[in-house]
Ligand binder design. Structure first.
Ligand SMILES: [Mg+2]
Length: 307
């Protein structure tokens, strides 16, 4: 019996896209990708990357260089418990500068060549499979192969190109939500989506449509959860790490600073044995103020996450 598969675009779907990616050290997974792919794998989907790599035809990258980039992507995913079943790439482009690679190819998305080849190589049932990508050409390739489709439109931009003639079956804001749609629509077992209710999944952006998570939690170890949270926090604190300015977050930070100041005030005025009533009152006021400010800070932090 043939397997079901999720075909995945690479750039801006699994990893960040700095333009033409030519350096393995620049490979950076998008937030939440490992959670999404791990859950799809647990649900029995093969995971196959299909990517246009015209940088080779344009002379910016060799096939060996591309292998190194893909080795690094596989290494980062494997470190997080995700194994890809295959990576297919199309090095050709009609406007290339390297003669060997300058031609039209049936593999180049929006043509479905890579998906059709993979279905033969890996015994994939295309009608039970999905194509996920950020670009209309990903969606068209999936549709022409007979797959259902999910378009990922990352928060903060309109995507690489606009083509409203190509309509995906579903449009979501990140790969975690894409995985949730696929698992729901495919009737996957609840166990497959356990990770989506973890703190790490929430911090990585799951469930931002205000939907109640549908699946129970518990598939991640504490160290995995901690690792995911730290990675996400690190990304948000790194300049250019993908976070965007948020007024809500700024207001939350201001409240947080005042809360800490009020707490410090309270600690300075801890009542002793010979304390007068006035110091007691100051201490109570400081602690209550700190509590209220902390609550306000948390409220704004939560609101900033839901935007
Ligand atoms: Mg892409």
């Amino acid at each position: 019996m043939a397997d079901k598969c999720v075909f995945l675009d690479r750039d801006r779907t699994i990893i960040e896209d700095p333009g033409y990616l030519t350096d393995p050290d620049a490979v950076k997974l998008l937030p939440g990708v490992e959670l999404a792919l791990r859950s799809l794998g647990q649900a029995g989907f093969k995971l196959v990357v299909v990517t246009n790599q015209s940088a080779i035809a344009r002379g910016l990258l060799t096939e060996d260089g591309l292998e190194q980039i893909h080795d690094e992507m596989r290494r980062q995913l494997s470190e997080r418990g995700v194994e890809l079943d295959a990576i297919y790439y199309c090095p050709y482009h009609p406007d290339g500068t390297v003669e060997e690679y300058t031609r039209v190819s049936a593999d180049s998305k929006p043509s479905p060549g890579m998906l059709l080849r993979a279905s033969k190589d890996l015994r994939i049932d295309l009608t039970a499979s999905w194509m996920v990508g950020d670009s209309p050409r990903d969606i068209e390739a999936g549709q022409r192969a007979g797959c259902r489709t999910v378009r990922v439109r990352l928060k903060g931009d309109g995507g690489p190109e606009q083509d409203e003639d190509v309509q995906a079956d579903f449009t979501v804001r990140n790969l975690i939500d894409a995985a949730r749609v696929i698992l729901r629509e495919s009737g996957a077992s609840p166990a497959a989506g356990k990770a989506f209710e973890s703190p790490a999944a929430i911090s990585a952006g799951a469930g931002r449509f205000g939907e109640k998570p549908e699946m129970p939690i518990d598939s991640m170890t504490d160290s995995q959860v901690l690792h995911e949270i730290l990675r996400h926090v690190r990304q948000n604190l790194t300049p250019g790490g993908g976070s965007e300015f948020s007024a809500m977050r700024l207001i939350g930070a201001i409240f947080q600073i005042f809360a800490l100041a009020a707490l410090t005030w309270g600690l300075i005025n801890i009542p002793g044995a010979a304390t007068c009533n006035e110091t007691y009152a100051t201490w109570h006021v400081a602690l209550m103020t700190a509590g209220v400010l902390q609550l306000a800070a948390l409220t704004f932090f939560i609101l900033s996450r839901r935007r």
